[in-house]
Design a protein around this ligand. Structure first.
Ligand code: CTP
Ligand code: MG
Length: 230
């Protein structure tokens, strides 16, 4: 743990949107797909700002940056667009390189989680401000889970399991050093990159609303969540 931080330290969010959205399908980037008439990434940025984020680095696929002009124009905090890479980890690394110098707290958020509650974002920020170096929101697993092996399968006690969401929150210097050390190895999320670097990971409560829009059905569920909020 580092010492408790100054409550005025700026918070920057990397919003990763450089994936190809193969499972959702459709012609435009997944982050620009409409949810209740607004691009997924616009919802994501709004939720991050409501939770205490002061600036955004939006990471998009090569050749698509111009398409994000209206999203950037509608953002209520300073927002820059940078190009991502072939993997999510590369996209995060490229976003990290564009984080403004004064930011000491960095959140990494999937553009594909448009409905994360502001309270979850705020809890992640609060945990980092409170001295945690790597923070993840988690939710219980609701399905029964089995681990497959060459000879069959064995049940896993789901009470011991948690599904990991975003935004994940970090001391900026820790995330930068962990990512630099991780180049070459591949990790599915940023807290795991930090853990491999020896940093403890702190858990906070996530939310079912922070679902990741992956398949077409997820977009339908997200539409229903928006309707239920209204
Ligand atoms: N992402 C990214 N750069 C990549 C791959 C993924 O920035 N090279 C981002 C996606 O844009 C998304 C988030 O990481 O916001 C989570 O990834 P996922 O839900 O898998 O989105 P896609 O990779 O776009 O979808 P798919 O795997 O179905 O192609
Ligand atoms: Mg993907």
């Amino acid at each position: 743990m580092t010492e408790v931080s100054n409550p005025s330290e700026p918070v920057v969010a990397l919003v990763v949107a450089a994936g190809s959205g193969v499972r959702l399908g459709g012609a435009e980037p997944k982050a620009l797909r409409l949810l209740a008439g607004r691009p997924l990434v616009a919802w994501s940025i709004e939720a991050l700002v409501a939770g205490g984020v002061d600036a955004v680095v939006l990471v998009v696929a090569a050749g698509t940056a111009d398409w994000y002009g209206p999203v950037v124009a509608s953002a209520t905090v300073p927002t820059v667009v940078v190009l991502g890479g072939a993997t999510r980890q590369e996209s995060v690394a490229s976003g990290l390189a564009a984080v403004p110098g004064d930011a000491s707290i960095v959140l990494v958020h999937d553009a594909a989680r448009p409905l994360v509650p502001a309270s979850v974002v705020a809890a992640v920020v609060a945990a980092v401000r409170g001295g945690a170096t790597a923070v993840i929101p988690v939710v219980p697993v609701t399905d029964s889970i089995r681990r497959l092996s060459a000879t069959g399968s064995v049940v896993v006690d789901r009470e011991e399991l948690r599904a990991v969401q975003t935004p994940q929150g970090f001391r900026r210097d820790v995330l930068v050093r962990a990512h630099a050390a991780a180049s070459g190895a591949s990790y599915t999320d940023d807290a795991t990159v930090c853990e491999a670097y020896g940093e403890p990971v702190t858990l906070v409560q996530g939310s079912p609303d922070a679902l990741k829009v992956t398949h077409p059905l997820d977009l339908a569920v997200a539409e229903m969540i928006v309707r239920s909020r209204r």
